[in-house]
Design a protein around this ligand. Structure first.
Ligand SMILES: Cc1ncc(COP(=O)(O)O)c(C=O)c1O
Length: 405
């Protein structure tokens, strides 16, 4: 069987694979704790359900414009005005099958084979493969000072004649780090000066803690939108707990949105109209669910941080937002894949190996589940890793016996 070069270069999404693994283990009756998940556990907003149900009941579920239905564009325009202080036109907006597709289509619209796309490390697992899907070259940038907070010099150093775009995701999956306002301002300025596309992946911008304020990259753009190379990405997955609805969007200059729409039109004809209706319901409906989720996540983060502190030898940077942290477990095991596999095998706790995000020796732990899952999951991990723990652990009525050191 002959497979294309690009096809061969793409890995399965490790986070999606982990979700499947959790489902299989649960089906077998294993008492799995999933600390690797990437979705809030709250229910989708009622307004989203009602809007989608009303459309479903009409029985007329048809093709829709490839760049999104007018109602959704209107809601996105309002969202952009409220959150970024910029009134954009419908021609500046394209709705997609999740923020993931919006980023993918944006990259397809701008990247030529062998051109480079820079993003700070640690990075979202999909960025390298998305760039490769365009024939481009992913260029992860590891902050020189060893933190999760890149400095503008780190980025600047990696810019060359093949650099086409920079992707910034803040607050960041997997570290939870929210980059400073100075850094965001400097990146916007740098991209304008060097004529490089700037993809701002803002999917977690409302899920921030400790009284921090959302940062608006458009505030620092000197060029008008139609001349701007900034592509603003967002969606309903995270803040509205609507991951399965698969609705996200891009806001950019008209020319680029037109090209992206042409591409998306041939790929999928645009996202499902039914799910777009749900997103309209969510965006126009009662917004209190977002703050409830944010407060819950901040509380969960505090619980996870307190539990992790009780581990000797685990280093963790306190996340500023999202629902992840990236903890350094290299004192226990240098290979994050080995460590993650061992934790599933021995104590049925699922975590994502840091190597998938460019950070070997680390594990990404999610705190989007229940407090019980967080506390029990960390307790099981501690039991598995700490050589001083007692020989036995009970999970429900199952007795686990330590037969490793
Ligand atoms: C950084 C980042 N960007 C984009 C996405 C994709 O979100 P969506 O569900 O809207 O495709 C995710 C989802 O995990 C993410 O973590």
């Amino acid at each position: 069987m002959s497979i294309s070069q690009i096809g061969r270069s793409i890995k399965a999404s490790p986070t999606l694979a982990l979700n499947e693994k959790a489902a299989i283990l649960r089906q077998k009756g294993d008492p799995v704790i999933h600390l690797g998940g990437g979705e809030p556990k709250s229910k989708a907003p009622l307004d989203a359900i009602v809007a989608a149900a009303a459309h479903l009941n009409s029985g007329e579920i048809r093709y829709a414009p490839a760049d999104g239905i007018p109602d959704l564009k209107k809601a996105i325009i309002r969202y952009t005005e409220e959150n970024y202080g910029r009134l954009v036109a419908p021609e500046n907006v394209m709705a997609s099958g999740g923020a993931k597709q919006a980023i993918m289509v944006a990259l397809q619209a701008i990247v030529n084979p062998q051109e480079e796309v820079i993003f700070p490390s640690p990075y979202w697992v999909s960025y390298p493969d998305m760039v490769k899907l365009c024939g481009g070259i992913p260029v992860p940038v590891v902050p020189e000072d060893g933190t999760f907070y890149p400095r503008i010099e780190d980025i600047e150093q990696r810019i060359g004649s093949y650099t086409k775009a920079i992707i910034i995701n803040s607050p960041n999956n997997p570290s939870g780090a929210m980059y400073s306002e100075e850094f965001i301002a400097a990146v916007v300025e740098l991209c304008e000066k060097r004529d490089i596309y700037l993809i701002m992946d803002d999917i977690y911008h409302k899920l921030i803690f400790d009284g921090k304020k959302q940062i608006n990259p458009l505030k620092y753009a000197k060029k008008p939108l139609e001349e701007s190379n900034m592509i603003l990405i967002n969606g309903v997955s995270k803040a509205y707990a609507m991951t399965g609805f698969r609705i996200g969007w891009a806001v950019a200059n008209r020319k680029l949105i037109e090209v992206m729409t042409n591409i998306q039109g041939h790929q999928t004809s645009g996202p499902s109209v039914l799910l777009q209706k749900a997103a309209v319901g969510a965006l126009n409906g009662i917004q209190s669910g977002i703050e409830n989720l944010r407060v819950t996540l901040e509380n969960n983060r505090n619980i996870m941080m307190a539990r992790l502190k009780s581990f000797n030898g685990v280093h963790v940077t306190v996340p500023d937002g999202t629902f992840y942290c990236l903890a350094d477990f290299s004192n226990y095991e240098k290979s994050s894949q080995k460590l993650s596999a061992m934790l599933i095998d021995k104590v049925q706790v699922l975590t994502v190996p840091g190597v998938e995000f460019g950070m070997e020796g680390h594990l990404r732990l999610s705190y989007c589940g229940s407090v019980k899952d967080i506390t029990e999951g960390i307790e099981r991990m501690k039991w598995a890793l700490d050589p001083n723990s007692p020989n036995e652990l009970y999970i429900g009525d199952r007795k686990l016996v330590r037969d490793w050191s």
